[in-house]
Design a protein around this ligand. Structure first.
Ligand SMILES: Cc1ncc(COP(=O)(O)O)c(C=O)c1O
Length: 374
């Protein structure tokens, strides 16, 4: 029997150990701890890679969401449309300012169902946040058209989609602002927490640079607003630059693994696979952050995989936002209008997908799944 954990955290380091060791000791050796050249370089790298003017490194992907909604002025009495299938942080970025998250269903691609957004718009709607999940970018042209029609802005929670594209444009760069996470399990993972906000807008960028650093203007060091301390650590930025230098290979490998899962499991009628990278419709470029399948008898399958040494994960611990009892009363939703999400959360399961996973391991996972359904 093989042992395939869902994620191998030690591999984050061993994969590029020599380069990381060198960078770590060089950066610390010269005392470049906070807000130094390594951070500025990484911010420039990210902005150029994504094709956006400004990138603001922050402490994590949650505070980047919070800062985006803060600069937008989201406040009590406002409503913000978000998918019910997203991490709790997307909703927290609305609820923390006293506003109400309004939950919308997902589509067959597991992302916000753009066709259901318009029905959720009211005179109180302030913005729409799409979560670009599993390494895929939603149909942003159609979403933006709806937002424009109603004079609303779109924000992107692109925590899971660094470098993913729709119509050749990167996730995070469609909306007025986009948010990324460098949580260790992300495709570009730090050795701790990290995040980034991107925007084309100079004024918003300036405010964000101030807010992440106690409200201090980076040029004058003068406090110009209430802020917080949420800076991306210089050392994390240096380590992320090392990992970024291998990023195209990382994504290639992830897409290859995803394709192998899709090929091997294509004939299994009890399973619905995510879109295969090679079956691209010419509009989407997915970065294979997660392999989120839908499976009949999901819980039995999960146990069978566990008995056979294979770790899997349920998205968000197995609950969509509207299924979290402690938070239900502060969100707005109609359970009947979330039917696709309800169905998804009875069936969804994430298979191991990261660069430590070998072809043999993918085959073993697939063989075990085939054995289960036979
Ligand atoms: C969709 C989504 N939004 C927000 C976050 C929050 O990011 P972080 O963990 O860096 O705060 C994550 C990941 O953890 C995520 O997957």
């Amino acid at each position: 029997m093989k042992e395939i954990p869902y994620f191998r955290y030690n591999y984050l380091y061993s994969e590029f150990k020599n380069e990381l060791d060198r960078t770590f000791s060089e950066t610390l050796g010269k005392g470049a701890i906070l807000g130094q050249q390594e951070l500025k370089d990484f911010e420039r790298t990210v902005a150029d890679f994504l094709g956006v003017k400004y990138a603001i490194g922050v402490g994590n992907g949650t505070s980047s969401l919070l800062l985006m909604t803060r600069v937008l002025g989201v406040q009590k009495g406002d409503e913000v449309i978000i998918p019910s299938h997203t991490f709790v942080a997307t909703a927290a970025a609305v609820a923390w300012w006293g506003a109400t998250p309004v939950l919308v269903d997902c589509g067959n691609d597991h992302l916000l169902d753009v066709d259901k957004v318009e029905a959720a718009i009211t005179p109180k709607t302030k913005a729409i946040i799409i979560a670009q999940l599993n390494g895929r970018t939603g149909e942003m042209d159609r979403l933006q058209a709806i937002a424009d029609k109603h004079h609303l802005v779109v924000l992107e929670d692109a925590a899971q989609a660094f470098g993913s594209k729709f119509l050749n444009r990167c996730a995070g760069t469609w909306g007025i602002m986009g948010s990324f996470s460098f949580h260790p399990a992300k495709t570009l993972g730090a050795f701790g927490d990290g995040g980034m906000i991107v925007t084309h807008d100079e004024q918003l960028a300036h405010k964000l640079f101030c807010l992440r650093d106690h409200g201090r203007d980076p040029q004058t060091n003068e406090v110009v607003a209430w802020g917080i301390n949420s800076r991306l650590d210089n050392v994390q930025a240096a380590m992320l630059s090392v990992k970024f230098s291998h990023y195209s290979k990382t994504i290639q490998r992830r897409r290859t693994i995803m394709q192998r899962y899709c090929d091997r499991l294509a004939g299994v009628s009890e399973i619905t696979m995510p879109p295969a990278p090679n079956a691209n419709d010419g509009r989407h470029y997915d970065i294979a952050q997660n392999c989120e399948i839908e499976a009949e008898k999901r819980d039995e399958l999960r146990n069978f995989l566990k008995e056979n040494g294979i770790g899997t994960l349920l998205p968000w611990g197995g609950r969509a936002l509207h299924q979290i009892p402690a938070l239900q009363s502060s969100m707005h939703f109609d359970r009947h209008a979330l039917a696709r999400t309800e169905l998804l959360f009875k069936r969804c399961l994430m298979l191991p997908l990261n660069t430590s996973v070998t072809d043999d391991e993918v085959d073993y996972v697939c063989d075990t799944i085939l054995k289960f359904y036979r």
